[in-house]
Design a protein around this ligand. Structure first.
Ligand SMILES: Nc1ncnc2c1ncn2[C@@H]1O[C@H](COP(=O)(O)OP(=O)(O)OP(=O)(O)O)[C@@H](O)[C@H]1O
Length: 301
């Protein structure tokens, strides 16, 4: 049996407007994949299809080797898409109990653990119509996690959630992926949020995947740029050039190309030649810079 959510040649149209255009992607158990893109790129549409909420598309979506169209109940999938479909006249706990009736085995202990982990205790017995957006989102995430689904699909889950609650929530989701092996796909406009928790990021632009960014690249083996901090960068630059290193300056920062495994040798060489440096650190573009570059490249084509 194939493991994972596997999307092939997926197209979705609204009238003549193609909003998903030849999407091919996977989500494996235990990995956290971010979905980013400008407004209207197709993030919510893609997540809705993966959750089985939209069926009018062409292409294939398989979950662990089974076509999603042939599944009556998608018990492998927990989702929070746009507005969680909560019942306003019921309390948070009554909503949880209601949604529990759709899953096979949810114990009282599991519910208690979720309420604790998502810090819902203060409002779980209040009616949902009195909830703020952030409270609804947190309850929605708890409901998505009922029954410990193998895959979790979350559309802007942190929308409206208090900044002081977000780190704990993020940590909890990461622990579900690492410890329970849950495959998580999460969309957000907050790129720092995505960068801090995802293994991989898919960039959508006007319905197409324009870039897939691996955030867990093996730094040890590949050559990359290192920024050298020193009061003697002019002398260091000349010395390294003479030694055959590839050196460049960007925005007045001195950068040398080397490997993680060879940085110690480089430091020793400089010090042995009377050149002092105060720091050396890998220079990596952050997700925001890579995102903007990808969008710009696509627009320039
Ligand atoms: N029910 C609908 N009928 C017609 N067009 C739709 C419908 N739902 C979405 N669209 C269009 O599909 C495209 C993708 O929308 P979608 O909501 O998936 O984007 P998104 O990336 O989630 O955007 P945002 O970041 O603004 O939430 C947009 O052009 C949108 O106008």
């Amino acid at each position: 049996m194939h493991n994972g959510i596997c999307v092939t040649d997926l197209y979705k149209k609204y009238g003549n407007n193609t909003v998903l255009n030849n999407i091919n992607m996977t989500l494996m158990p235990g990995e956290i994949v971010g979905l980013v893109g400008t407004n209207g790129a197709g993030k919510s549409t893609l997540l809705s299809i993966l959750c089985g909420l939209k069926r009018n598309y062409t292409g294939n979506v398989e979950i662990d080797g089974v076509n999603i169209r042939s599944m009556r109940r998608k018990k492998n999938i927990g989702c929070l898409i746009e507005n969680p479909g909560l019942y306003p006249a019921l309390t948070g706990m009554e909503n949880i109990k209601y949604f529990t009736s759709f899953t096979d085995t949810v114990t009282t202990d599991e519910i208690k653990a979720l309420v604790g982990a998502l810090e819902l205790g203060d409002f779980i017995n209040k009616k949902v119509k009195k909830y703020s957006l952030g409270m609804k989102q947190r309850l929605g995430i708890a409901i998505a996690l009922l029954g410990s689904p193998k895959y979790l699909l979350l559309d802007e889950p942190m929308r409206g959630v208090d900044p002081e609650v977000i780190p704990a929530l993020r940590k909890y989701l990461v622990s579900r992926a690492r410890e329970a092996g849950t495959g998580i796909m999460i969309s957000s406009h907050i790129l720092g949020e995505i960068e801090s928790m995802c293994d991989r990021v898919i960039v959508l632009q006007a319905g197409r995947i324009i870039e897939s960014i691996d955030l867990k690249e093996d730094a040890g083996s590949a050559e990359e740029d290192y920024i050298i901090s020193s009061s003697e960068t002019v002398q260091i630059e000349a010395f390294l050039r003479e030694k055959g290193y590839s050196v460049r300056r960007t925005e007045n920062k001195l950068m040398v190309r080397t490997r993680d495994t060879e940085v110690n040798e480089l430091i020793k060489l400089l010090v042995a030649n009377g050149l002092n440096l105060t720091g050396i650190a890998p220079y990596r573009e952050n997700l925001e810079e890579r995102f903007i570059k990808a969008i710009k490249q696509e627009e320039d084509q």
